[in-house]
Design a protein around this ligand. Structure first.
Ligand code: PLP
Length: 473
C-alpha cells in the first residue's frame, strides 16, 4: 500500500494515551451506556480504552499495540490513518457541512456518490441498480427496506404482501425492524420482538445443521428449500420479500454451500417475491467484489450497505435500489413518505467518494480476490491441524474457525465453559482482536493487510489457540 497516505497519531491523541486509564474507565462506567455490553463487567473490570490507530493496528491507553483482525466492527476496509479521508471531510465541512435532500433539494457529493455506487454494481440479467437511497447506518437502511418492500407491493395492488422472511441467527441491526429481521434470540427476548409480519427460517450452517454424511451441496439445497416450505406455509400471496446476508457475519461467519444462493434465487423468482441482500459487511471488497451478489450469482432487488462504504471513518449507510423496485416506487409511486435528516449527508458522501477512489487506486478489491484472499484461505485454513479447531473457513477477507472438544467425533464444548471467551481473552492478552461468537472465533481484517501481516496474524491466532488449550487441560 501507499504508506505516504498514512498519518502519525496526532499529538492530541498521544496526550490522551497518557491520561490515567483508571480515571477514564471510572468516567466511562459512570456515564457512558455502551451498546451490547454488560455494565456489571464494566464496573468491575473496566473498558479497554482505545486511543489511536494506524494501518491494521490500534493502541490502548496503556500503550499496548493490538492487531485489529476485526477492522473495528467489520468496517475499516481501507485501514486506519488514511489522511485523504480526513482531508475529504475537512474540505467538505468547509464548503458545505450540511444540507438536506428533502423537497427537491440535493448536494453534489450525494449525487456523485449515488452515480458512483450504481456504476460499481454490475447488471445481472434484467436486473440493474439505478438508484441509491441514503441513511446513516445498516439498521436504518434495513428499516428503509421494509418500508420500500411494503410500498412496492401496495403500489402494485397487492397490499396483503406484508411478510418478510429472514433467517435464524441473522444480524440486520438494532432498530425495531432491524432487530426483528435479525434472528438473534437474545435480541428478540428483549422488547417483544419480532414485530408482526417478520418470520424466520433456519440458517445454512453446514457444521451445525447438516445430517450425518450429507454433502455440502445437498445441504445447501435442503437449507434453501426451507424458504419454499415457509412461503407455502404462509401463502405466497402474503410474502413481500426474503432478506439474507450473503455470508452471515455477526452470526459467526457462516459461509453457505455454493448451492444455497442459486436455489434461493430460483425460489424467490418462482413466487415473485423480492430478494434483499444485506451486504452491510459483505460489500466493498470484503469478499473480493464491490458487491457480494456478484460472487453468489444472485440478482437482488434491494441491497443494504453501510460500514465499508466509508471504511467506517464517518457513518453512512443506504439501500441500492434495483430497477424492478425503482420503476414502481419512483416511476409510479408519487411521494415516498420516508427520509432521514442525514440522508445524503454531504460530508459522509464526500468521505465515501474519497474512500472508493482510494480503494480503486490501490486495487484493494482485486487484491483480496486474487492475492491476499487466497493467501488468507491457505494460511488460516492450515489452522485446521490444531487440536482445538474443528473447521477453519474463509471467504475473501472474512474467516471463522470453530473450537471443538473432539475433532473426530465433532463434539462441542459445554457452552457453560465459554471456551470462545477464554480464547478471546488470550487474543487480547497477545495483542490481537478476534471476535468470539459462542465457540466460533471470527475475523474480518482490513483489506490493506499484506501477506506478511497475514502471517503475523495467523501466528498470533495459533499462539492464542495454544494458550486456550493449555488453560483447558
Ligand atoms: N446488517 C448487517 C449484516 C450487519 O452486520 C450490521 C452490523 O453489524 C447491520 C446490518 C447493522 O448496521 P449498523 O450497526 O450500522 O446499524
Amino acid at each position: 500500500m501507499n504508506t505516504s497516505t498514512l498519518i502519525a497519531p496526532p499529538a492530541l491523541v498521544r496526550r490522551a494515551e497518557q491520561q490515567d486509564t483508571q480515571a477514564i474507565q471510572a468516567l466511562d462506567s459512570a456515564h457512558y451506556m455502551h451498546p451490547f455490553t454488560d455494565h456489571a463487567d464494566l464496573a468491575t473490570r473496566g473498558s479497554r480504552v482505545i486511543t489511536h490507530a494506524d494501518n491494521i493496528y490500534v493502541w490502548d491507553s496503556e500503550g499496548k499495540k493490538i492487531l485489529d483482525a476485526m477492522s473495528g466492527l467489520w468496517c475499516v476496509n481501507a485501514g486506519y490513518g488514511r489522511k485523504e479521508l480526513a482531508d475529504a471531510a475537512y474540505q467538505q465541512m468547509m464548503t458545505l457541512p450540511f444540507y438536506n435532500s428533502f423537497f427537491q433539494t440535493t448536494n453534489v457529493p450525494a449525487v456523485r456518490l449515488a452515480a458512483k455506487l450504481t456504476s460499481l454494481a454490475p447488471k445481472v440479467g434484467d436486473r440493474s441498480f439505478t438508484h441509491v437511497f441514503f441513511g446513516s447506518s445498516g439498521s436504518e437502511s434495513n428499516d428503509t427496506n421494509v418500508r420500500m418492500a411494503r410500498r412496492y407491493w401496495d403500489l402494485l395492488g397487492q397490499p396483503q404482501r406484508k411478510v418478510i422472511i429472514s433467517r435464524e441467527n441473522a444480524y440486520h441491526g438494532s432498530t425495531m425492524a432491524g432487530a426483528s429481521l435479525g434472528g438473534m434470540s437474545g435480541m428478540h427476548a428483549q422488547g417483544d420482538l419480532p414485530i408482526p409480519n417478520i418470520t424466520h427460517i433456519g440458517q445454512p450452517h453446514y457444521w451445525e445443521n447438516a445430517l450425518p454424511g450429507e454433502s455440502r451441496a445437498d445441504f445447501g439445497i435442503r437449507a434453501a428449500r426451507w424458504l419454499e416450505e415457509k412461503i407455502l406455509e404462509i401463502g405466497p400471496e402474503k410474502v413481500a420479500a426474503f432478506i439474507g446476508e450473503p455470508v452471515q457475519g455477526a452470526g459467526g461467519v457462516i459461509i453457505p454451500p455454493e448451492t444455497y444462493w442459486p436455489e434461493i434465487q430460483r425460489i424467490v423468482d418462482k413466487y415473485g417475491i423480492l430478494l434483499i441482500a444485506d451486504e452491510v459487511i459483505c460489500a466493498f471488497g470484503r469478499l473480493g467484489h464491490w458487491f457480494a451478489y456478484e460472487q453468489f450469482g444472485i440478482r437482488p432487488d434491494l441491497i443494504t450497505f453501510a460500514k465499508g462504504v466509508t471504511s467506517g471513518y464517518i457513518p453512512l449507510g443506504g439501500v441500492m435500489v434495483g430497477n424492478r423496485v425503482a420503476e414502481v416506487l419512483i416511476g409510479q409511486g408519487g411521494e415516498f413518505n420516508h427520509g432521514y435528516t442525514y440522508s445524503g449527508h454531504p460530508v459522509a458522501c464526500a468521505v465515501a467518494l474519497a474512500n472508493l477512489e482510494l480503494m480503486e487506486r490501490e486495487g484493494l478489491v482485486d487484491q483480496v480476490r486474487t492475492d491476499t484472499g487466497p493467501y488468507l484461505a491457505q494460511q488460516f485454513g492450515a489452522l485446521k491441524d490444531h487440536p482445538l479447531v474443528g473447521e477453519a473457513e474463509t471467504c475473501g477477507f472474512v474467516a471463522g474457525l470453530v473450537l471443538v472438544k473432539d475433532k473426530e467425533q465433532r463434539t462441542m464444548f459445554d457452552p457453560d465453559l465459554s471456551v470462545g471467551m477464554i480464547c478471546r481473552r488470550h487474543c487480547f492478552g497477545n495483542g490481537l482482536v478476534m471476535r468470539a461468537v459462542g465457540d466460533r472465533m471470527i475475523i474480518a481484517p482490513p483489506l490493506v493487510m499484506t501477506r506478511a501481516q497475514i502471517d503475523e496474524m495467523v501466528g498470533l491466532i495459533r499462539q492464542c489457540l495454544d494458550a486456550t488449550l493449555a488453560e483447558l487441560r
